[in-house]
Design a protein around this ligand. Structure first.
Ligand SMILES: Nc1ncnc2c1ncn2[C@@H]1O[C@H](COP(=O)(O)OP(=O)(O)O)[C@@H](O)[C@H]1O
Ligand SMILES: [Mg+2]
Length: 225
């Protein structure tokens, strides 16, 4: 069993896209795979298919139902805000220990590859005192750090690496998923990040038009996990 935590330099960078591509790759290879995304904000049950749990369930070949969304994403909030703020809008609060326990139980139950998609970037607050980084630290899983090619991504990525190093977290790979209409090229961004990130593997994924693509980059990433 291999569990991997998928985080990013920010929100809307490509965590779900990369995770879904990897799930498709494993399934094509007839390797068992599962995924959870414990916390989701901006969730509307009326557009379940377009949500992160919907995208992951589609990639997993599971039914797109609220029961399945509850199974992989128990903490769902309507407001498209950081989870602590989105929860507060509903008069709720996130129980950090319960989120950690949920992930631990999923890891323990999984007999295959398990992807755990985080929320936003690596230091998004979950409650008054914990961020996603604290969840990764509790779980001590290898991390897939997703970056983009948007302007600012290199600084965001190198800042994230410093913070992760301070917690002695293991980074399985950095994935640069090409951002829409970005001025910086994919190859240049990959090369620059690689130059500053010692021995960590950096893999680029070009902008793909087909969401269900089996681009060879996914096989390369899978080899690093
Ligand atoms: N390499 C790529 N090619 C095509 N579309 C991409 C790529 N990377 C990300 N996207 C798209 O960008 C949007 C944001 O990505 P997503 O995976 O949802 O981000 P996150 O999960 O980090 O919030 C989605 O519509 C996704 O399909
Ligand atoms: Mg996502």
């Amino acid at each position: 069993m291999t569990a991997i935590f998928v985080s990013a330099t920010g929100t809307d960078v490509g965590k779900t896209f990369v995770t879904s591509g990897l799930i498709r790759h494993y399934r094509q290879d007839e390797r068992a795979v599962d995924a959870i995304k414990p916390l989701v904000s901006g969730f509307d049950p009326a557009t379940l298919e377009a949500s992160d749990p919907g995208a992951l369930l589609t990639a997993l070949g599971r039914p797109i139902t609220l029961e399945e969304a509850q199974r992989i994403s128990p903490w769902r909030f309507a407001a498209p805000l950081s989870p602590d703020m989105a929860a507060a809008r509903e008069g709720r609060a996130i129980d950090f220990a319960a989120v950690t326990e949920f992930c631990r139980a999923a890891i323990a139950a999984c007999r295959s590859h398990l992807f755990i998609e985080g929320i936003g970037g690596i230091m998004v607050p979950l409650d008054a005192s914990h961020t996603v980084l604290d969840l990764i630290t509790q779980l001590r899983l290898p991390l897939l750090l997703v970056a983009g090619t948007y302007v600012g991504t290199i600084s965001h990525t190198l800042t994230a690496l410093q913070v992760l190093a301070r917690r002695n977290l293991d980074i399985a790979a950095i994935v640069v998923s090409e951002s829409q209409d970005s001025a910086a090229g994919l190859d240049d961004t990959v090369a620059t990040i690689a130059r500053f990130s010692d021995s960590i593997d950096v893999v680029g994924i070009p902008r793909l038009t087909d969401a269900a693509s089996t681009h060879p980059a996914f096989a390369r990433i899978a080899q690093l996990l």
